[in-house]
Design a protein around this ligand. Structure first.
Ligand code: ADP
Ligand code: MG
Length: 260
């Protein structure tokens, strides 16, 4: 009798361990899928930008072929600039997709933001959007940078869409960061279309989108998932037709630090 009970307990222990392994494997798969969703959102923009750069490069090479030595040098300098822009986009995407998402690091918040802006492929200024950064170069955060950059990229892409979707008025996106009471706050604010009150509860639901045919509705669901896994919170304030501000609050000393 006793041995039957202990065999049962051992069997249950093994089952629990097996289930734990399966949950871990599924969690890994989910995170990989989330990264693909984020990059998938910007694929067409990346292709478009790199195509623009290549067209420009070919044009300059043709000019270099026909011109005198001075104009040839000028054209080659432009070609080099085009190459650098394309390389910067590729580098930023590699950081975003190939880095270890689980790695915890202490990094300047400003650096995270710059790397995320580079991964946007198309600089907001090209669409007439004023980009404002309010981040102290000294502000550091211990976190999983690859995951946090995914969150910021989703918020910035939404902010850009919101600003471009509004007719007239000032077009700006402000990204700011500060620290208070053991938490780091990162805010992405835009002067875009705003969110109707009846949607505010729903925007974090998977597949909720108002971008007919152009959105996946997964961006904010992924953001919330990641932020919570980083032991943080995400919230939104919005004025319809005027502005929206997403705030992420994260523990500055990392997702694995012991809380009091
Ligand atoms: P998607 O961008 O694919 O639609 P998201 O989960 O990123 O999916 O966003 C869900 C919805 O939330 C969007 O379709 C939009 O209606 C709303 N939304 C998100 N960010 C903003 C913003 N900055 N301004 C206005 N609406 C927003
Ligand atoms: Mg989105």
């Amino acid at each position: 009798m006793t041995s039957a009970v202990s065999v049962g307990v051992v069997g249950q222990g093994r089952l629990v361990a097996q289930l734990r392994d399966e949950v871990r494997a599924l969690d890994d798969q989910l995170r990989r899928a989330q990264r693909l969703v984020t990059v998938g959102t910007i694929t067409s923009m990346i292709v478009h930008e790199i195509n623009n750069i290549l067209t420009h490069v070919i044009g300059r090479l043709e000019l270099a072929d026909e011109g005198d030595e001075t104009s040839c040098r000028g054209s080659l300098r432009r070609v080099r600039k085009g190459y650098d822009s394309a390389a910067a986009i590729c580098q930023a995407l590699l950081h975003l997709t190939c880095g270890d998402p689980q790695q915890v690091q202490t990094v300047p918040v400003a650096q995270l933001i710059e790397e995320t802006l580079a991964a946007m492929a198309r600089a907001p200024s090209k669409d007439g959007i004023v980009l404002i950064r309010k981040v102290s170069p000294k502000l550091q955060i211990t976190t999983r940078p690859v995951e946090l950059k995914q969150v910021l990229l989703n918020l910035l892409l939404n902010a850009r869409a919101a600003v471009l979707g509004k007719e007239g008025g000032s077009q700006s996106i402000c990204i700011s960061a500060s620290r208070r009471n053991g938490e780091t706050f990162i805010r992405v604010a835009d002067t875009g279309v705003g969110i109707p009150p009846e949607y505010r509860q729903r925007i974090f639901e998977p597949f909720f989108t108002t971008k007919n045919g152009e959105g996946t509705g997964l961006g904010l669901a992924v953001c919330r998932e990641i932020v919570e896994s980083l032991k943080g919170r995400i919230s939104v304030r919005s004025q319809l037709g005027k502005s929206t501000c997403f705030t992420i609050a994260l523990p500055w000393d990392g997702p694995d630090a012991k809380r009091r």
